[in-house]
Design a protein around this ligand. Structure first.
Ligand code: UDP
Length: 445
């Protein structure tokens, strides 16, 4: 009897932070549904119980080169640089072992753009390689522009207000001052990463978790500038249910939401990395309390703590959890708004549920997303300057109580429809996934 051909295998290399692992696992699930076998290469500290939600997937370990205790102290930029400098050998061993196991059945290595060390191994072992960008297309455009300006020694001109206020060519409304450099540590170090990220080396395609209905001009720019195919196939979380949570989700908040009135609650989360100062937490708590609205607030373990003087009054109107099942929260009818740090996943998740946002970004990429949320898609308000209780109260009321919030919700619902259409048969993201699948099959032959 003829041996049944094994499915082609794809090796995924996510960057080990929640906002990167989640979309990579969603991509894995989407490709698995298209018939590919999936192997995920993770560091030891990411081998959490969530792997059990992916019974058909193989998980392999890339031995970690940076002790877990140092991850946070290094900061993201330094962590990326160090990880890439130190991981190549252990990754090569890991893939060589996989080749022994699966022979030549590895169709491709798909690596997070921040795991650029993967490319050398894939090339040496003659395995096709594709890059996955988990941020927005516009952020990727900005990395390209920053890298180019830096190489041409033009960055210095950025201090000039005239240059700062110029719109980047063909990318209205993006201005030079919006290029996402703030909050990313020393500029030279950040530019070093931008240069690595935009250098496609021998990768043969780029996948982006976005949709052309959100970022058409940035995607056109990338398709024109990059010499390799670009596949915008998001938002991936609409069509896949992959849940790879590094922290345990507290589901009690859903019961609490069940008891609240429709669209009366503001959900607050600053993602998996950002920290708020205690002073800001205090001002926010008072602002929320004074707004008379209910709120569900995620305060991660080991981060900002609720000052004792407000924790009691806050618990009268709010529910505080360490980690929430965010997608379930956003889809809940009681949720009327999202106070967000504007990470790209949170942005997509909020728009897909038609939930307007209060934008309180921390760093450059989040600021860029916030600008799009407020000025391009017009589904949120940006809270600038110091956080103080009066401003918080006003922002919450604008979103939940005033007509302005109704307009934002209406626009978010229109976008929601467009995004859903883009992942349905014949839609742009649906087609991009199909094109990627054909491309991977052709690469494999
Ligand atoms: N998230 C979650 N529960 C929480 C807070 C966040 O599941 O209580 C998820 C959220 O749904 C998103 C991810 O964590 O998928 C955060 O990614 P994002 O890109 O928004 O921000 P980052 O954490 O990378 O700054």
């Amino acid at each position: 009897m003829e041996k049944k051909a094994e499915k082609k295998r794809i090796v995924l290399v996510p960057f080990p932070l929640q906002g990167h692992i989640t979309p990579m696992m969603q991509l894995g699930q989407a490709l698995n549904l298209k018939g590919f076998s999936i192997t995920v290469a993770l560091g030891d500290s990411n081998r959490v119980s969530s792997t059990q939600h992916f019974p058909g997937f193989q998980f392999v370990t890339i031995p970690e080169t940076i002790p877990l205790s140092q991850h946070e102290a290094l900061g993201v930029v330094e962590f990326v640089v160090t990880l890439n400098k130190t991981s190549e050998t252990s990754f090569k061993d890991c893939i060589a072992h996989l080749l022994l196991q699966h022979g030549n059945d590895i169709a491709c290595i798909i690596y997070d753009e921040l795991m650029y060390f993967s490319e050398a191994t894939a090339k040496d072992l003659r395995i096709p390689r594709v890059i996955f960008t988990t941020g927005s297309a516009t952020n990727h455009v900005c990395s390209c522009i920053l890298s180019k300006l830096n190489a041409e020694k033009f960055l210095i001109d950025m201090e000039d207000p005239e240059v700062q206020n110029k719109v980047v060519e063909n990318l209205h409304p993006l201005k030079y001052k919006d290029l996402p450099t703030s909050g990313m540590g020393p500029l030279e170090r950040f530019l070093e990463i931008c240069a690595e990220v935009v250098n496609k080396r021998t990768a043969s395609a780029v996948i982006i978790n976005t949709s052309s209905c959100l970022e058409s001009s940035s995607l056109s720019w990338l398709k024109q500038e990059l010499s390799i195919p670009v596949y915008p196939l998001g938002p991936l979380h609409i069509t896949t249910s992959a849940n790879f949570s590094l922290l345990e989700e507290d589901r009690n908040c859903i019961e609490w939401l069940n008891k609240q009135k429709p669209r009366s609650v503001i959900y607050i989360s600053v993602g998996s990395i950002a920290h708020m100062e205690t002073k800001e937490v205090l001002e926010m708590a008072w602002g929320l309390y004074n707004s008379n609205q209910r709120f569900l607030w995620v305060i991660r373990p080991g981060t900002e703590s609720m000052p004792v003087e407000v924790s009691k009054i806050v618990s009268e109107r709010g529910c505080i959890v360490k980690w929430a099942p965010q997608n379930e929260v956003l889809v809940h009818p009681a949720v009327g708004g999202f106070w967000s740090h504007c990470g790209w996943n949170s942005t997509l998740e909020s728009i897909v549920e038609g939930v307007p946002m209060i934008c309180r970004p921390f760093n450059g990429e989040q600021k860029l997303n916030a600008m799009y949320i407020e000025s391009v898609w017009r589904v949120g308000v940006l809270l600038q300057g110091e956080v103080e209780r009066g401003g918080v109260e006003r922002a919450v009321k604008r979103l939940i109580v005033d007509d302005e919030g109704v307009g934002m919700r209406e626009r978010a619902l229109v976008l929601k429809e467009k995004l859903n259409a883009s992942v349905r048969s014949g839609g742009s993201s649906y087609n991009a996934l199909d094109e990627l699948v054909h491309y991977l099959e052709a690469e494999y032959r």
